[in-house]
Design a protein. Structure first.
Length: 322
């Protein structure tokens, strides 16, 4: 702003107006402002002497300057009607006429941003954008209340195994057995089948089980922990050892667990675990036969082949179970 009593300075000129053309300076001097502290009932007297050096008048060559180069509040732009505020071009400065057009522009910008944020937030809430619920990738798999009906038994039948008529002393004990549950965090299914070799002698003891389970995870991705669930078998510090190997070509990842201390004569214990998306599947073979058994037990490698063939077909059926 210009220093009183000195010629007009460049800093006192109106700044470029980002919202339109800069108004021309007024042709007549701006009248002196009325003293707001004067008594309201005072009788106006004759004009006093011109202001001295202690109270110089604003030079008439330029308008008073307000914030950001606009006229101060209360002084309209040249040619603008009274009461329109200090916005250039005669635009209103907002209700109350308290700030210049620059301040009004900032208020409009802030208000628009707040309104846009509110609308965007409403859309996110409506579409679940702020929801912490994960989106499970079930890879097309669906729940079934009878996993035994979806289990492929062909590989075991080709190896001369058949389903026992019952699993206990009573003929009422069902075989196979199945169950399932639909829960908030997951859907679970399992199937338990007791098998026996064809033409096996009743005088010898043997026990063969196939246990399948499937889980559709809905709240947590099983991928980060899936491999370690099977690798942990190798870390067991017991007299029983296990071998764990990756199995390609089934699901997103699969692992085969084989118990080392069981030979082909006495039986085998093999686990196949498969994960595809947020679906996990496990097929477990457990067999044992006494030394006097006449039937030849399949090797662990043969069992692994049967499990992989059965799992591949079973998973296809689960994907078509919708």
């Amino acid at each position: 702003m210009s220093t009183p009593g000195e010629p007009s300075q460049p800093y006192g000129l109106p700044q470029p107006n980002p919202y339109g053309q800069v108004p021309a300076p007024p042709q007549n001097p701006v009248p002196a402002q009325q003293n707001p502290y004067a008594q309201q009932n005072a009788v106006p007297g004759p004009p006093g002497p011109a202001p001295g050096p202690q109270a110089p008048m604003q030079p008439p060559s330029q308008p008073p300057v307000g914030h950001y180069g606009y006229p101060p509040a209360g002084l309209g732009a040249p040619g603008a009607p009274a009461g329109t505020g200090g916005a250039p071009g005669g635009s209103p400065s907002g209700s109350g006429g308290g700030g210049g057009r620059g301040a009004s522009g900032w208020l409009w910008a802030i208000g628009g941003a707040v309104a846009a944020s509110a609308i965007w937030g409403s859309l996110l809430f409506a579409t679940g954008g702020f929801s912490s619920e994960p989106s499970p990738d079930l890879a097309g798999y669906a729940y079934t209340d009878d996993l035994c009906a979806a289990t492929s038994m062909t590989p075991f039948e080709n190896a001369h195994y058949k389903t026992k008529s019952n699993t206990g002393s009573s003929s009422k004990d069902p075989n196979p057995q199945h169950s399932g549950a639909r829960l908030k965090s997951m859907d679970t299914m399992w199937c338990n089948v007791s098998l026996e070799q064809e033409n096996a002698s009743s005088a010898t003891y043997s026990s063969t089980w196939l246990y399948n389970s499937a889980t559709l995870h809905r709240k947590a991705d099983p991928a980060p922990e899936f491999a370690d669930n099977y690798r942990a078998y190798e870390k067991q510090e017991t007299s029983v050892g296990y071998k764990v190997e990756s199995v390609p070509g089934i699901g997103d990842e699969a692992y085969l667990v084989t118990r080392n201390d069981m030979g082909s004569d006495s039986g085998s214990y093999v686990i196949l675990g498969v994960r595809e998306g947020w679906m996990t599947f496990q097929s477990t073979w457990s067999s044992y036969a006494s030394g006097s058994s006449s039937g030849k037990q399949p090797t662990s490698d043969e069992v692994a082949t049967m499990l992989k063939t059965s799992a591949t077909e079973t998973l296809k059926r689960l994907q078509n179970a919708r």
